[in-house]
Design a protein around this ligand. Structure first.
Ligand code: ADP
Length: 161
């Protein structure tokens, strides 16, 4: 049984994340989408809201489940009994950050692997931060996030279409 973990902030989950999730789910027996509690970052959505939105979006993917974790990813991997992490790559900037993170994690947990999936070319421009910024300014993010997330953004900001 091969289990992989796809960790992230998912603040909120976007079509970019969902593309990586469905492709990774096809590669592994089980995929755990792990939402990080990030005390250093001011998130728009609470940890519970972020996980709830993911759950709503994942209907139909039978081998994907969600989890939340605090602290080091490598500790979460140890607890989950897996050594495989999935991350998405959109750009050179992602590449630099992700390579560094992968090396740090592998130093902390020798033997673990980070598997990178290239972002779908139609979704490389999508990021949670863009979704937050556009929404805060009253813009339409329906090309970026599914309807269940749109609804949550409408509740947060009130004035969206
Ligand atoms: P973090 O705050 O840890 O970067 P994110 O939720 O923003 O968490 O991203 C989690 C992972 O998803 C990262 O590997 C990121 O590169 C990837 N990702 C984010 N947006 C996209 C996208 N549009 N296409 C592919 N991968 C993406």
């Amino acid at each position: 049984m091969r289990t992989a973990v796809y960790p992230g902030s998912f603040d909120p989950v976007t079509y970019g994340h969902l593309d990586i999730i469905s492709r990774a789910a096809a590669m592994f027996d089980e995929l755990v989408v792990a939402v990080v509690r990030n005390p250093g970052k001011n998130s728009l959505f609470s940890l519970e809201e972020r996980e709830e939105m993911l759950r709503e979006c994942l209907n139909g993917l039978h081998n994907v489940r969600t989890a939340v974790f605090s602290g080091l990813l490598v500790n979460f991997l140890r607890e989950s009994g897996t050594g495989i992490v999935v991350r998405g790559l959109r750009s050179v900037a992602d590449f630099e950050n992700e390579m560094q993170m992968a090396a740090v994690n592998r130093t902390l947990l020798p033997g673990m692997e980070t598997v990178f999936l290239a972002a779908d070319s139609c979704r490389t421009f999508i990021s949670s931060s863009a979704v937050r910024e556009i929404s805060a300014l009253g813009g339409d993010v329906s090309a970026f996030v599914p309807v269940c997330v749109l609804k949550k953004l409408q509740v947060k900001y009130g004035s969206l279409v």
